[in-house]
Design a protein around this ligand. Structure first.
Ligand code: UD1
Length: 347
């Protein structure tokens, strides 16, 4: 019987889980992983398991490419069956995707305590599917591991105070490990013939940017404008690739490439002049690599990056004065989470 049943499904979850799974094993606990299949392309999934040495999932549910209801519903059903078979002492979920909320709901209905890594984030925009997923997950979780003090405050404002821990950000742990491993292994700058600090990196995938054609056109126009001063490399998410090929739009000044693995992405960001993105993770990764970011959204959950002058919304012309962000911790968030889980399991 495993002590911990972990639900993964989408790219950002693989990145967050890598250091936590390692810390769980090092702390002597047993973990079984269920991959919902939400992300399924080799470049969206397998490469992360290989590069980040994530343990092989015991369950591959292969649920993807469906609407929110069908996707979450099928995950709920299959995860419940797997949890009933495994009888774990705790279910671990990450972030804010449909896989997260399905795992949290399945576990809570079976009265298995849920631990949520990256708890307490809020955009206060309930039109984002991620916001709904986060709010629900936090409200059914017994252990809430918050990356920042802002996240702790957000939970308090919703009446959630028990089981809340400010742990730092596990993505910082992953970044530190990736920078060391990428050296000598990633050749992406040479492959794309890029000169350090002479290019920017862009990513677009959020439904709020891709689902409305007028909004998507505005984002592309913004990137084309930015590319006039510095060329842009854009690894393209399958959702965005589909949209670009349907609309026939070929953005000027942008080099579009397939999704890339974590080590290549770390190298690409590390040597870039700027990052333009609607991804939550990349906003922080830009900061971890000491690169300024522009967030192509109208709000962000990662308000510290904006307050500390490393990030700005595309609607705001200037950065705040720049300073360090202590909240994200010292690269040992995963170890702290593993020790808190162990203490909870032993209690
Ligand atoms: C999901 C998350 C989002 C997260 C993102 C990270 C939800 C509601 N959204 O969005 O919060 O930021 O992951 O990338 O859970 N596709 C492929 N191959 C893949 C993955 C996706 O072709 O490997 C296609 C799917 O078939 C679908 C589209 O991309 O048509 C969107 O995928 P989906 O998993 O629904 O949402 P994401 O946009 O990836």
């Amino acid at each position: 019987m495993p002590q911990i049943f972990t639900v993964l499904g989408a790219r950002p979850q693989f990145i967050k889980a890598a250091p936590v799974s390692r810390a769980i094993a090092e702390a002597g606990m047993t973990e079984v992983i269920a991959h919902t299949g939400q992300h399924f392309d080799a470049l969206m999934s397998d490469v992360f398991f290989e590069e980040l040495a994530i343990p092989k999932p015991a369950y591959n549910l292969e649920i993807n490419s469906l609407g929110h209801g069908a996707m979450t519903g099928r995950m709920l059903e299959k995860l419940e069956a797997a949890m009933l078979a495994e009888k774990p002492a705790m279910v671990l979920v990450y972030g804010d995707t449909n896989s997260t909320v399905a795992g949290a709901l399945a576990a809570s209905k079976l009265h298995i305590p849920v631990a949520h890594v990256e708890a307490g984030l809020r955009s206060f925009n309930r039109r984002m599917p991620e916001e709904i997923n986060r709010v629900i997950t936090d409200h059914v979780s017994a252990f809430l591991f918050c990356p920042t003090q802002t996240a702790v405050r957000n939970l308090k404002n919703e009446g959630i105070v028990n089981g809340v821990h400010a742990t730092g950000d596990v993505m910082f742990d992953t970044t530190i490990a990736a920078v060391a491993r990428a050296k000598g292994r990633s050749t992406i700058l040479d492959d794309l013939k890029l000169t350090p600090k002479q290019y920017s990196v862009a990513t677009i995938h959020r439904a709020e940017n891709t689902d409305d054609p007028a909004r998507f056109a505005r984002v592309v126009a913004w990137l084309e404008d930015a590319a006039r001063s510095t060329p842009i490399v854009m690894p393209v998410h399958p959702r965005t690739r589909k949209l670009l090929s349907q609309s026939g739009v070929v953005p000027a000044g942008l080099t579009l490439i397939d999704p890339i693995g974590y080590l290549d992405m770390a190298s690409l960001i590390n040597q870039s002049a700027a990052v333009f993105t609607d991804s939550g993770g990349l906003q922080k990764e830009a900061y971890f690599h000491g690169v300024p970011c522009v967030t192509l959204r109208d709000e962000t959950e990662w308000v510290e990056t904006v307050e500390a002058g490393w990030n700005r919304l595309w609607t705001v012309p200037d950065y705040a004065p720049r300073r360090d962000i202590p909240d994200y911790g010292d690269g040992k968030a995963s170890e702290l989470i593993a020790s808190l889980i162990r203490a909870a399991l032993e209690a």
